[in-house]
Design a protein around this ligand. Structure first.
Ligand SMILES: [Zn+2]
Length: 232
């Protein structure tokens, strides 16, 4: 049966193939930092300069990476798929946008967005946030933070995501570990709605058994093949 309403979840694995460092290295550190030193609201309150510099460096590094064939294939799917589609990403890079995806939600925020804590506005942001730049909307200096969902904060757009999952007939998870909630629960939500569930991953994930089908291999190979299948 040909699906009509697709939800796709992407995680670190798809960006790793473009050379974006994955969240945790083998040493349990994130590029030399402990997570609680750079990715919590408490860390930002304690040492905003360190946190801003950490995200400034990651934002700057986006200029050195390019979308891979998996991002490009999802961009093609977005352009050519006539039915409903929602691509939900856990990644904070802009590789899906640069690959052409438009029906896209960043559940963990975006490196290229700044959030003003003074007036609650959000702004596209390319440069550094350290140095206390002024908010383009209200002019307040030093009140912009990375628009990133930190540990202990609520992921974005959960209502829209859950509503799309509840109406989906195909759910595909690409390059995620499958063991971090709330995203780990998406497969159950989709299956409960009667969707076929498919996992594409480099290696079997902790959540593999919850999917109807698992395909193992690089996203750069598996995703273009899946998109060909869907558009075929
Ligand atoms: Zn403002």
């Amino acid at each position: 049966m040909r699906p009509e309403r697709i939800v796709i979840l992407t995680g670190a694995g798809i960006s790793a193939e473009s050379g974006v460092p994955t969240f945790r290295g083998p040493d349990g550190l994130w590029e030399g930092h402990r997570v609680e030193e750079v990715a919590t609201p408490q860390a930002f309150a304690r040492d905003p300069v360190r946190v801003q510099r950490f995200y400034d460096a990651r934002r700057a590094r986006l200029a050195e990476v390019v979308p891979n064939p998996a991002h490009m294939a999802l961009g093609r799917l977005d352009r050519e798929w006539q039915g409903d589609l929602l691509i939900v990403t856990q990644n904070v890079d802009d590789l899906h946008e640069r690959g052409g995806a438009r029906r896209l939600l960043h559940m963990h925020g975006e490196l290229k967005s700044a959030w003003c804590l003074a007036c609650d506005s959000r702004h596209r942001w390319e440069g550094p946030l350290s140095g206390e730049p002024a908010c383009p909307a209200c002019g307040a200096a030093g009140r912009l933070r990375p628009d990133i969902v930190w540990f202990g904060e609520m992921p974005y757009a959960m209502e829209a995501i859950e509503s799309a999952l509840s109406a989906s007939d195909l759910f595909v998870s690409i390059g995620t570990s499958g063991n971090v909630y709330p995203a780990a629960g998406f497969v159950e939500l989709a299956a409960h709605a009667g969707a076929r569930t498919l996992e594409l991953n480099l290696e079997p994930s902790l959540g593999s058994s919850r999917f109807h089908e698992s395909r193992l291999g690089p996203a750069g190979t598996l995703v273009p093949a899946l998109v060909d299948e869907l558009l075929g």
